[in-house]
Design a binder for this molecule. Structure first.
Ligand SMILES: Nc1ncnc2c1ncn2[C@@H]1O[C@H](COP(=O)(O)OP(=O)(O)O)[C@@H](O)[C@H]1O
Ligand SMILES: [Mg+2]
Length: 399
């Protein structure tokens, strides 16, 4: 009889492996989670009496984003129960290309979904935000995730503006608190001393997870997402060891778990075996999201297409700025677009690098003197080329 049944998926709820899912428990982050609650007690007990600035730091996959989200969900709920208009707004600075206006615009959109997309400066938007908060008697906990992007793009200035706005409103009620999320503390050195010292006061440091901690995290997630006994203890152990080798990156572990489950389903296996994990781990790990590529401007896309093609047909690990320019020119001809000048291309290179799609480094060796070398760290050149060609030809059809 059993053989007549269609294969039963190993998953019971795949969505719980999604990067945007916030689990109700965060094993091994309870202390840091409590600390965050303590830092923001006033927001529930005496809102408006003060504001707070907290910095969360730790490596990729250490749980920075999920920690903030978990806190945001709970404090919002508690505020609501007490009739406090507290708003938790989580912005990813990298997705906003490190642009303060875009960050503020997204924040205002939380309150006014029809706020215009352009036409205002960052300062005006900030003023508007403060007005809205006053009008609605609202409080804001603004999370600046991947703060690196904001500092890379604007240095101290944007943070200075954000912290000063509250200082120019010194009389009560104070409305804006900040949670900054930064992978590497060395970025603080790029700030001026006053901006740095405000951020350094309350630091929550997330250490890399150990293998046994990862095991608890993975096991908890297995129970949420998989059918009973679909993932054996040895598979959990194996995944935890692999994630531990990646500096304790829980995200890698959870991705691997999901992908291994997909292999098990494709092979119609009743459980996720270590072999499924091995297969999954040899897959390319997609670090760049499709939306990131789609959201690029036309000429940044053309430049990236040129770069992808270069690497597709070359064994080299790096290409020079000059070579990138040549490849870009060819792409422009193909798509009938007027070439942008050198200065403009530089800006695209910087943007692509800020988005983490390319790496740039200055080479001082070789006869050519100083030149910028570009590499493609984390995506296959042919996948990228294919993706870009599709997006660009879709655009051509629409035109
Ligand atoms: N302590 C934890 N308990 C449960 N899940 C966790 C924990 N830490 C991290 N995760 C999960 O691991 C993944 C990566 O976490 P994330 O917060 O995105 O890391 P970071 O922002 O530090 O790079 C997410 O899916 C998150 O839900
Ligand atoms: Mg994160």
């Amino acid at each position: 009889m059993l053989t007549m049944l269609r294969h039963l998926s190993v998953f019971k709820n795949e969505g719980r492996l999604d990067i945007n899912y916030t689990p109700s428990r965060l094993p091994h982050r309870e202390f840091q989670r409590n600390l965050l609650t303590q830092f923001f007690r006033f927001a529930i007990e005496n809102p408006g009496a003060m504001t707070q600035r907290v910095l969360i730091t730790g490596n990729v996959g250490a749980g920075k984003t999920v920690l903030a989200h978990h806190f945001g969900l709970e404090i919002s709920k508690e505020a609501k129960e007490r009739g406090i208009n507290l708003n938790y707004v989580h912005i990813n600075c990298r997705q906003c290309r490190g642009n303060l206006f875009m960050i503020l615009q997204q924040t205002v959109l939380h309150f006014h979904p029809h706020f215009p997309k352009r036409g205002y400066s960052a300062e005006e938007t900030l003023q508007m935000l403060m007005q809205i908060l006053d009008q609605q008697n609202a409080y804001l906990i603004l999370v600046l995730d991947e703060l690196e992007a904001l500092i890379e793009a604007g240095g101290s200035e944007p943070l200075y503006k954000l912290t000063r706005i509250q200082e120019s409103h010194l009389k009560e009620p104070q409305r804006v608190s900040l949670i900054c999320i930064l992978r590497e503390l060395k970025y603080l050195n790029m700030l001026d001393p006053s901006a740095r010292s405000t951020l350094q006061r309350n630091i929550i440091k997330l250490e890399d997870y150990s293998t046994s901690q990862l095991q608890d995290i993975i096991k908890t997630r297995v129970n949420l997402a998989f059918r009973n006994e679909a993932v054996s203890p040895s598979t959990i152990q194996f995944i935890s060891e692999l994630a531990s080798a990646k500096n304790g990156d829980a995200r890698y572990g959870i991705e691997l778990l999901w992908r291994a489950g997909k292999y098990a389903d494709a092979l119609e296996l009743p459980e996720v075996s270590p072999e499924c994990v091995r297969k999954a781990s040899t897959d390319v790990y997609p670090v760049i999201q499709k939306e990131t590529v789609t959201s690029l401007g036309l000429h940044a896309k053309l430049l990236l297409l040129g770069i992808a093609r270069f690497f597709k047909h070359s064994e080299a690990a790096y290409l020079s700025m000059g070579e990138a320019e040549q490849a870009y020119n060819i792409a422009c001809e193909e798509y009938d677009e007027n070439k942008r000048g050198h200065t403009q291309l530089w800006k695209y290179v910087k943007r692509l690098s800020a988005l983490g799609i390319i790496n740039t480094e200055i080479s001082t060796t070789g006869q050519r003197g100083k030149t910028t070398l570009i590499s493609l760290p984390s995506v296959s050149a042919s996948d990228l080329e294919q993706e870009l060609s599709e997006v660009l030809s879709r655009r051509k059809e629409e035109a």
